[in-house]
Design a protein around this ligand. Structure first.
Ligand code: NDP
Ligand code: 8X3
Length: 251
């Protein structure tokens, strides 16, 4: 009988992270599911079982709360084989010159600092267990769009930090993958714009990817043979592409 493996999935209360927990559990994994919304973590436990899901409710920007959550992991969930660095957000779509500095700080704290801190804290167990790290970066880290500014910068950092980990973990047996999605229909755009109408408008007719598409990709990567590493993987819906060069024409 194969041993049950354990994943630590950040941002499991919605979108890609929630789909990932549901998919991993359906395929025999245990998951530590994190997020700030306790009621959504409770719903995951109710649906999937307390033996399969351990809820860890904390704000990833709070390093002390992160330490406490890691220290409180029950024995069955403490041996982490897979870290899914997924929690993240965008706030605002304004040009840099009109952007709100608090929004920028929130994105840096969440998408950059928290990911780095959590990864550093879990590296010892991941190395001990020859585990894997899968990070959700974004195409925004490679192709810039107007208003992307700090979000795009934070995702360029995520894409690149993840690749850099690959170099440092050389010889440890730990696998590292940067998944870089384009448009996925989740609560992301609602959080970004604060408007259900803007969110619906963005996705209308685009046939975007779903959280399930990304979760299936994560499962596929996580279950590849241990000698195989996907370094980076960029995904988009067919209806989205990366052309975007603009020319401002002088009179
Ligand atoms: P959702 O808004 O649906 O989910 C975001 C998740 O992140 C939630 O579970 C939320 O939990 C968690 N989160 C956000 N801030 C914090 C915080 N401070 N502390 C703890 N948890 C936090 O978005 P997605 O599923 O789309 O996003 C997941 C990742 O995918 C993000 O990193 C995003 O940048 C990336 N991505 C998304 C794309 C898209 O088009 N949707 C495209 C490319 C990348 P809670 O609010 O309960 O704390
Ligand atoms: C573009 C991807 O992360 O900027 O659809 O939303 S992201």
């Amino acid at each position: 009988m194969t041993q049950t493996r354990t994943a630590f999935v950040t941002g499991a209360t919605a979108g890609i992270g929630e789909a990932t927990v549901r998919t991993l559990v359906a395929n025999g994994w245990r998951c530590v599911a994190t997020g700030r919304r306790q009621e959504r973590l409770d719903a995951l436990v109710a649906d999937l079982g307390a033996d399969k899901v351990h809820p860890a409710c904390f704000d990833v920007r709070d390093a002390d709360a992160m330490d406490a959550a890691i220290a409180a992991l029950p024995e069955d969930f403490a041996g982490i084989d897979l870290l899914v660095n997924n929690a993240g957000l965008a706030q605002g779509l304004s040009p840099a010159q009109e952007s709100n500095l608090d929004d920028w700080q929130t994105m840096i704290d969440t998408n950059v600092t928290a990911m780095v801190v959590l990864t550093r804290k879990l590296l010892p167990v991941l190395i001990e267990r020859k585990g894997a790290i899968i990070a959700i970066g974004s195409v925004a880290g490679s192709y810039i769009y107007p208003g992307g500014n700090v979000y795009a910068g934070s995702k360029a950092f995520a894409n690149h930090f993840t690749l850099a980990l690959r170099a440092d973990l050389h010889g440890t047996g730990v696998r590292v993958t940067s998944i870089e999605p384009g448009m996925v229909e989740t609560e992301f755009t609602l959080v970004r714009t604060g408007s259900q109408e803007a969110s619906d408008d963005l996705y209308r007719g685009a046939n975007p990817m779903t959280g399930q598409d990304i979760a299936d990709t994560i499962l596929w990567i996580a279950q590849l043979p241990p000698h195989l590493n996907i370094n980076r993987l960029e995904l988009m819906p067919v209806n989205q592409d990366f052309a975007g060069f603009r020319v401002a024409r002088e009179p």
